[in-house]
Design a protein around this ligand. Structure first.
Ligand code: CA
Length: 375
């Protein structure tokens, strides 16, 4: 028995014992040498010696916390796991292609891959924004579950294939905060005519509630807020928001529902990805999964520290009043209906999300929600 077989056997036995309470009939290791895909692997070191470079551009500045550093971690892991056979050449925002040109650049083969967010490409197909998540929708855990086991990934890959692209999940911001406000929001009336920086589906929902959504480059948000050119902004959560300094000029910080678990993407040029060996493909997939989960946990760990600091700085934490929440839910229904009427892909992807979400809510309500309410 070699080391790999030994590990497989002990893992299977351990899991079996735990699940069945030592049923003898289950004491048989799974033999991966009979795995149907085994024939694809001529040797363990398939394609070794044919070093492959992955040109990967991101929509983030170099070393951007969590999102940028998460991709750097991915690059490091790919190199280590492949023994140097696969090497990622990382191009931060604007070093090879502009931040929001990465989709087209990967699609036409100028680069091999990119790290960004699916909602940036809603101009190409409005359904793409759904793969980031929807207001009042999935948490990070739920959207990962829908992607991997609820048909989400198949839908995403099918639609991206039309652009010669092949996506993986590349992290998740976790639940985002509702944003920073210069004045308190006491009722829906206070939202009327409010100028707020809020992009994506959340922005469309807020627009129907009477807010005036504004799009601004990241570098201009703080000054606009300080000068009163905008009244509010959302960004991400405590970890990244504290670095933007919004608390100095807009002290009211509200819990949110517009981005409850936004997915980031690691997307490959499809032809490039298909030409990788089975071993290289597996390395990319495993390292992408590793980055995806690690980024979720890193957001959590940095958010809890930053929230403590924000409290010490006197930030006024709050929740939207119930009429704002109810108006948001009503507005979402209208936005979904309008987009579904315009685009059948949007309608199909939303149907899959809604089906999974209703089931997921039923379980999350009796488990996690019940627990959090008593913790
Ligand atoms: Ca955001």
């Amino acid at each position: 028995m070699n080391r790999r077989e030994f590990l497989t056997t002990t893992t299977a036995l351990g899991a079996t014992a735990a699940l069945s309470g030592c049923n003898d009939s289950n004491h048989v290791a799974i033999d991966y040498s009979k795995h149907p895909k085994k024939s694809e692997h001529k040797s363990v070191h398939y394609n070794r010696g044919k070093k492959t470079i992955i040109k990967l551009a991101t929509s983030w500045p170099a070393h951007f916390p969590i999102m940028g550093t998460g991709v750097e971690y991915f690059a490091k892991r790919v190199y280590e796991v492949s023994g140097g056979n696969l090497e990622v050449k990382l191009y931060p925002k604007n070093t090879l292609v502009p931040a929001l040109a990465v989709f087209d650049a990967a699609s036409n083969g100028q680069i091999d891959a990119f790290h960004s967010g699916p909602y940036y490409w809603k101009g190409k197909n409005s359904a793409f924004s759904l793969f980031s998540g929807i207001p009042f929708g999935f948490t990070a855990q739920e959207i990962n579950s829908w992607m991997l086991f609820g048909g989400g990934m198949e839908l995403w890959r099918e639609l991206y294939a039309k652009y010669n692209l092949h996506p993986f999940m590349g992290g998740n911001t976790n639940i985002q905060m509702g944003g920073w406000f210069r004045k308190p929001i006491q009722s829906l009336k206070d939202m009327q005519g409010l100028k707020m920086r809020i992009p994506g589906l959340g922005g469309e929902v807020f627009a129907k509630m009477g807010v005036n959504p504004v799009l601004l480059p990241a570098g201009e948000i703080y000054t606009s807020l300080e000068r009163g050119m905008i009244d509010a902004t959302e960004w991400v959560g405590p970890a990244l928001d504290i670095k933007m300094g919004f608390y100095k000029v807009a002290p009211y910080y509200y819990s949110g529902w517009h981005e409850p678990g936004s997915i980031l993407e690691l997307t490959f040029n499809k032809h490039f990805f298909e030409k990788l060996s089975p071993e290289q493909k597996a390395i990319v997939e495993v390292c992408a999964n590793d980055m995806n989960s690690r980024m979720i946990y890193e957001f959590h760990s940095q958010n809890i520290v930053a929230l403590q600091k924000l409290k010490e700085l006197g930030v006024k934490l709050g929740k939207f009043p119930s009429d704002v929440n109810e108006a948001g839910k009503k507005a979402l229904v209208e936005v979904i209906a309008e987009q579904s009427a315009k685009n059948s892909a949007f309608k199909d992807v939303y149907a899959s999300i809604d089906n999974y979400l209703q089931l997921s809510k039923a379980w999350s309500d009796v488990s996690l929600k019940a627990y959090l309410n008593i913790r």
